[in-house]
Design a protein around this ligand. Structure first.
Ligand code: M6R
Length: 366
């Protein structure tokens, strides 16, 4: 059942090229000019009626929601607010019938997400679910559903659900942009062409595991690990940090790199591993200067960069390279070494990878 892999998590990590390919299947027009989401059949008028989009989820799905906000705002120019389901449902959100609430849930059964969905509906919002399970409670409750086609995810630590949620979020952003005319045709073609290459680039990225195993063995006994990044790199850092905490029980924190010197830099001392993502071109120089700050405190810095980067290695101890793509799409690649790092660190520490202590795959109690 584990297909020759030692754990479901590793199997599911390696299923990502297929999961992403299946989630994209039939959803990009042949000439790359537009996204096709037959399940929605939205009109420009409908999309233009949204004054605001909420994205609500828990855990990894929440992290996918953060990337979703970035995509929808960047491409479709509609304001998006992201919230944790257990916060949203109790905070009297401002919602009306011009609001679209998108809930994201792999299982479709997470109780807080389901309750948040019901609350949004009660307040008059239009609702949509992004879920992996056909016929799940959340799929049934929402007005509209866009499925991720990741296949069953068994390991408690979510991997292929995250990457396929990112794909759906990107498709949604591009779909809304197409209807609103907020992205030029040539840019849309460029993006969708690059999106097509992502499954092959995921395979390529996953081949490069030896250096990651080595880092896991070398740094796997540290008590603390920090993850840094700006823009989309920050959102991926949050996911990498959650993965490491969840299965290796190491205290890990993700920081928006620019926020470090507002407190956290006090924790950076000699030998602390810092995973620094630097793929976002628009803030590249700023990120480099934050990396120099942690390096100056003698942290051990593992950089994550796009191939072709010739700068990062000068300020880091190691660099993990992922294939080049658009900076909007690169989270689909940069998250992979972080998933593998969490996996091999948990192995190094002898943790129960697929069933971490205190956690359940689907949280159906409050
Ligand atoms: O099934 P859901 O997507 O609603 O689950 C949400 C979270 O419980 C889940 O993503 C959790 O954070 C994962 N164990 C993280 O790896």
């Amino acid at each position: 059942e584990k297909g020759g892999y030692e754990h479901f998590m590793l199997k599911e990590i390696h299923e990502q090229p297929k999961a992403v390919r299946d989630t994209l299947s039939g959803r990009i027009a042949k000439d790359d000019s537009a996204v096709i989401l037959d399940e929605l059949k939205w009109t420009a008028e409908y999309v233009n009626s949204f004054s605001k989009v909420f994205i609500i989820a828990c855990g990894t799905a929440y992290h996918a929601g953060l990337v979703g906000k970035y995509y929808i705002e960047n491409l479709a120019r509609v304001p998006v607010e992201v919230d944790i389901a257990s916060e949203f449902r109790y905070r009297k959100p401002i919602i009306d019938d011009n609001t679209l609430t998108i809930v994201v849930s792999q299982s479709g059964e997470t109780i807080d997400t389901l309750a948040a969905l019901k609350e949004a509906k009660r307040l008059g919002s239009k609702t949509m679910a992004v879920t992996n399970v056909v016929g799940s409670s959340i799929a049934r409750e929402a007005d509209q559903v866009v499925y991720t086609w990741a296949g069953p995810e068994i390991a408690v630590a979510s991997t292929k659900a995250y990457t396929t949620q990112l794909i759906v979020m990107f498709l949604l952003g591009a779909y809304m942009a197409g209807l609103r005319g907020t992205v030029e045709d040539s840019r849309m073609r460029e993006l969708l062409g690059k999106l097509r290459n992502i499954p092959a680039q995921i395979s390529e990225t996953l081949e490069d595991v030896d250096p990651i195993k080595a880092f896991a063995q070398q740094y796997g006994y540290n008590d603390d690990v920090f993850f840094l990044g700006r823009a989309l790199d920050y959102h991926v850092a949050l996911e990498g940090s959650l993965k490491l905490k969840e299965i290796s029980y190491i205290h890990a924190e993700a920081y928006a790199a620019g926020e470090l010197k507002h407190g956290t830099l006090a924790l950076i001392t000699r030998g602390i591993p810092v995973v620094a993502l630097a793929t976002q071109r628009s803030v590249y120089e700023k990120t480099l200067s934050n990396i120099k700050e942690v390096k100056a405190r003698d942290a051990v810095v593992i950089g994550v960069a796009a191939k072709g980067d010739t700068e990062l290695h000068k300020y880091t101890d190691h660099v993990i390279f992922v294939p080049e793509t658009d900076e909007l799409l690169i989270p689909l690649l940069t998250v992979l070494p972080l998933q593998l790092l969490a996996y091999y660190t948990a192995l190094t520490r002898g943790c129960d990878v697929d069933k971490p202590r205190n956690l359940a795959k689907s949280v159906t109690v409050e």
